[in-house]
Design a protein around this ligand. Structure first.
Ligand code: PMP
Length: 428
């Protein structure tokens, strides 16, 4: 079956032929690849063509596809039952595992998607503080809940609708959107709205405008201002959690800022290992405001699903093996260094950055620090590069606003083949 015929058929029954917009290749043009199967670092499309996968289901597949221990855990769980709608011991085990790795949190609630986790964390922050307003940053995506769908990156950047239709202005009247990494704008916003602010939500290393770090002085000031004004600092670690380091981006910033910790954390992707699972977590004092203990309501038919928790738990166990993050960090860095070197040799301006197993690169002379600069980088060149790489069997994210992911299944030979493909692509 050809990708083109599947795409044509898909468009009859599914809007745009896809169940999540960026998959449609709208930004880069061409036909999306319909994936037939995956193993290790590779995907095979419906035409039998193999690709080295740098999307990893947009982050979850940190061990690569079909890791034997994870497969075994999932198969065992499936035989025991798909879903009970009642508590299980495995949920406790997963909660304990998460809390062991995230010292800023004492309790965690499991949900099924990053959207749900971020939306629920906002409700909890509002319920806990009794305040209405929240700050988010341009280019940060926190899922598609109404209050957060303002100047979000990711697909919204790709399709040129920075804010979604269908979200009435009254619904987002309490959402304040600030430029990323801008201390003066932050101070101004706290001065104006400080007493009404429930929380500030941020992607500490933004992965929905490619890859943009918060600078340390900005993060330090953000933490100070939140504490001073008793607003909660909410880290959206859906992408960075258990991905940039075992302890997530918060552990990276805690190294640079002594005593640093967010108030609430939102997780997804890696904690489910490829199954629908996400979570939000924080101190007991805040988390006890959730139903059934407190007045903030939140629930889910499939929350803590036994198959998803089996998959997530085994994934979290695997990434704690000695040397895991050292090796993942090294191969990701080798990839980025190789891309930069290949571009330099071809006389093409390209910069890149990575942390743990997450990376980004831009056709630009310097790493962007905010959304506007990301938007101004060379889109046409990215699109040509994307297709040249795809033709050579390398599957990068089909939009320049997305971060990339390396897995533990990517071998030195895979990375080398990718860099060689990039050399050819950049020369052409
Ligand atoms: N937050 C961040 C930082 C994300 O990257 C994403 C998804 N890419 C989400 C939230 C939403 O997660 P989901 O797609 O699972 O709803």
């Amino acid at each position: 079956m050809s990708n083109a015929s599947l795409f044509e058929r898909a468009q009859q029954s599914i809007p745009g032929g896809v169940n999540s917009p960026v998959r449609a290749f709208r930004a880069v043009g061409g036909t999306p690849r319909f994936i037939a199967r995956a193993e290790g670092a590779y995907l095979w499309d419906a035409e039998g063509k193999r690709y080295i996968d740098y999307i990893g289901s947009w982050g979850p597949m940190i061990l690569g596809h079909g890791h034997p221990a994870v497969l075994e855990a999932v198969q065992k769980a499936v035989r025991e039952g798909f879903s009970f709608g009642a508590p299980t011991e495995r949920e406790i085990e997963l909660a304990e595992e998460i809390l062991k790795l995230v010292p800023s949190a004492q309790q965690v609630r499991l949900v099924s998607s990053g959207t749900e986790a971020a939306m629920s964390a906002i409700r909890l922050a509002r319920g806990f503080t009794g305040r209405p307003k929240l700050i988010k940053f341009e280019g940060c995506y926190h899922g598609h809940a109404d209050a957060l769908l303002v100047k979000a990156g990711s697909g919204l950047a790709t399709f040129g609708h920075p804010t979604s239709a269908g979200v009435p202005p009254e619904v987002v009247q309490h959402t304040i959107v600030l430029p990323f990494n801008d201390i003066a704008a932050l101070e101004q916003a706290f001065e104006t709205h400080g007493t009404e602010l429930a929380c500030v939500m941020i992607e500490p290393i933004a992965g929905n405008m490619n890859f943009v770090r918060t600078q340390v002085p900005f993060m330090r000031r953000l933490r100070e201002l939140c504490t001073e004004h008793r607003a909660l600092l909410v880290f959206d670690e859906v992408m960075t959690g258990f991905r940039v380091a075992l302890g997530g981006a918060q552990s990276v910033y805690a190294k640079a800022i002594p005593g640093f910790a967010p108030d609430l954390s939102v997780f997804g992707k890696v904690i489910g290992g490829g199954m629908p699972l996400a979570a939000f977590a924080g101190p007991r004092e805040v988390m006890r405001h959730l139903a059934p203990l407190g007045p903030v309501y939140q629930a889910g038919t499939l929350s803590g699903n036994p198959v998803a928790t089996a998959c997530g738990l085994e994934t979290l166990r695997q990434i704690q093996r000695p040397g895991f993050f050292e090796a993942l960090t090294a191969s990701t860095r080798t990839l980025v260094d190789g891309l930069v070197a290949a571009a330099r040799d071809a006389g093409v301006p390209l910069v890149g950055d990575s942390e743990g197993g997450m990376f980004g690169f831009f056709f630009a002379d310097a790493l962007p620090q905010d959304y506007n600069v990301v938007m101004a980088t060379d889109k046409e060149r990215f699109n040509r590069f994307f297709h040249a790489m795809l033709d050579r069997g390398v599957y990068l994210a089909p939009a320049l606003y997305e971060a990339g992911f390396v897995s533990a299944a990517h071998t030195a030979a895979d990375i080398e083949a990718t860099i060689e493909a990039a050399r050819e692509a950049l020369r052409s």
